[in-house]
Structure formats: C-alpha cells, structure tokens
Write a protein that binds this ligand. Sequence first.
Ligand SMILES: Cc1cc2nc3c(=O)[nH]c(=O)nc-3n(C[C@H](O)[C@H](O)[C@H](O)COP(=O)(O)O)c2cc1C
Length: 167
Amino acid sequence: MTGRILVAYATRAGSTEGIAEVIAEGLRLAGYDAGKARICDAPDPKEYDRIILGGPIYMGSMNEVQRYCQEHEDALQSRIIGVFAVGMSFAGDDEEKHAQARDVLKKAIGQLTPRFSGYFAGMTNPEKLSFFQRTALTVVRTPIDDYRDWKAIKGWTEEIAEYLRRT
Ligand SMILES: Cc1cc2nc3c(=O)[nH]c(=O)nc-3n(C[C@H](O)[C@H](O)[C@H](O)COP(=O)(O)O)c2cc1C
C-alpha cells in the first residue's frame, strides 16, 4: 500500500511549483493520493507515506531543500522516493555544467538515498528578475526563457508510478 504521497518543493519565482504540480497530477492520474506543499509551509513528512522533494538551484545552492533535509532527516530517510533539482544548468548540453548541478542536489540531500533523482531545466522570467540578476545571468551565459521540459518531467513521474506499482 502506497498511501499518501507528498511532493514537497521550494520555489522563489514559481517555476518549480509548476513542476511539482505536474508530478503530483501525474501520480494522481496513476491512481495515487498525491498532493504538493511548499517547504516554507513546513509540511510534516511523518504525515505522509512517500515523499518526493525538489527545488531550484540559486547561485550553486539548494539552501531551502538542504535545511529541510537536515531538519527531517530521520522521517525523510524512510519515506523519500524521489528528489529533483531545477536549474538553467540543465537547459543546454554542457555535461560539465550538468555534473556540477547534479552535485548541488547531492550535497543538499546529504545522507538521504532516494530511488529516483530528476534534473530539470527551469525558467527565468525577465519580469521577475532585478537588473542585477539579469546582468548576473547574462555574465554567466544563462538563458532567459522557459526551458521546462514537460515530457521529461511526466516521464520521470511515470517511472516513479511504475516503481510504486511494483513495490
Ligand atoms: C539569481 C539567479 C541565480 C541562479 N543560479 C543558478 C545556478 O547556480 N544554477 C542553475 O542551474 N540555475 C540557476 N538559476 C536558474 C534557476 O534555478 C531557475 O530559474 C529556476 O527555474 C528557478 O526556480 P523557481 O522559479 O522555482 O524559483 C538562477 C536564477 C537566478 C535568477
């Protein structure tokens, strides 16, 4: 019995929320009782049977996800099934950038050992960026656009649903 599934996520500009919703919706379509909640609303992992956890990378860190993992390490260890990172580093095919960004997620989750790890390109919304943020992103040659790959996100969700069916 899988029970309740929580997709817990961090977001600053909203693009990860869209990803969390597509994951939760995919699991619901597969027949599971799944919902999403922002980490800043302090969802208690003990109230769920399975957890998927994700957030955006900002300046090479996933601080909010890292803090949540540290705070709830024991409860998460027995429940975590998937983790995901959202970042513009995944938008191109620069393997070195991908590897660095994958390491950011690895560092954030510490000792946790999820079955699935997802790496998704995100979105930069010029209207939500300050002049300095826009300049900083241009300097590090980060694309400013919506690169979210819904097909990849849905595919990852289906893999998790399939795994849950088997276990
Ligand atoms: C100031 C700033 C710093 C960022 N730093 C990184 C980074 O270090 N690595 C990365 O892959 N993406 C980086 N990004 C891209 C964000 O991760 C991406 O826009 C993500 O979709 C934001 O998620 P959110 O809308 O849920 O906050 C940065 C974006 C901004 C605006």
